[in-house]
Design a binder for this molecule. Structure first.
Ligand SMILES: Nc1ncnc2c1ncn2[C@@H]1O[C@H](COP(=O)(O)OP(=O)(O)OP(=O)(O)O)[C@@H](O)[C@H]1O
Ligand SMILES: O=c1ccn([C@@H]2O[C@H](COP(=O)(O)OP(=O)(O)O)[C@@H](O)[C@H]2O)c(=O)[nH]1
Ligand SMILES: [Mg+2]
Length: 185
């Protein structure tokens, strides 16, 4: 049954961001949300927000001192973004694969059918972000969704995330699992 918590955990969580270059273009956001669903990801939670400069500094502090750091932080705090907790088997690697390589000026030639290859503007304004390791995924999820308890999610929700057992709420941009206690038999 779906609720057997002894089942091995199948889904991995990652943090995806749609950056200000695309977040300001609703039709592209819709296309990317469709691509995410077509690739078998579940939307666990979504926020539409505007980072303050200091928050963008904090989020990208691993890049402090690099030549692109200042423009990256300015860019990331220049407008609204979408933050998504996504779940899928191998979510971290798969999301980065469909995003495509970082540098858009190369990616438009090498991987034109990836998300960055299709929609990217420049090496900075490159559409999207994806966590690069399980440890960073949890850190980044906590940054944007401090109220989200990953341990509790794995315990109470992950077993219910099956394609035939979730409904997509387009208002909140989240897949809502149907738990057996909610089902009217
Ligand atoms: N050479 C560069 N020139 C301009 N901007 C860059 C360059 N390298 C990276 N950036 C910007 O900094 C971000 C973070 O760089 P990083 O090396 O972590 O790439 P990434 O992991 O592919 O991207 P992200 O962390 O946003 O998912 C990039 O997504 C891009 O916006
Ligand atoms: O000191 C520098 C500054 C820029 N670039 C490159 O210059 C290009 C344009 O920068 P970017 O894509 O960040 O443009 P922006 O979005 O800032 O207009 C990119 O290929 C960067 O990697 C570089 O190699 N060294
Ligand atoms: Mg990165």
């Amino acid at each position: 049954s779906f609720s057997d918590s002894a089942e091995p955990k199948k889904l991995q969580l990652t943090l995806a961001i749609l950056k200000p270059d695309v977040a300001s273009r609703p039709h592209i956001v819709e296309d990317i949300h469709d691509i995410i669903q077509e690739n078998g990801f579940f939307f666990v939670a979504t926020k539409h927000l505007h980072l303050r400069r200091a928050d963008a500094e904090e989020f990208y502090k691993e890049h402090h001192g690099k030549f692109f750091h200042n423009r990256l932080v300015n860019f990331m705090s220049s407008g609204h973004i979408w933050a998504h907790i996504l779940a899928r088997e191998d979510a971290i690697a798969h999301w980065r694969k469909i995003m495509g390589p970082t540098k858009v000026f190369r990616t438009i030639h090498s991987d034109p059918h990836t998300i960055r290859g299709r929609f990217g503007l420049t090496d900075t304004r490159n559409v999207c972000h994806g966590s690069d390791s399980p440890k960073n995924a949890l850190k980044e999820i906590a940054f944007f969704f401090p109220e989200f308890n990953a341990e509790k999610w794995y315990r109470e929700d992950e077993p219910y995330y099956h394609p035939e057992n979730v409904s997509f709420c387009s208002e909140s941009l989240a897949h809502i699992p149907v738990k057996s206690s909610d089902k009217k038999n």
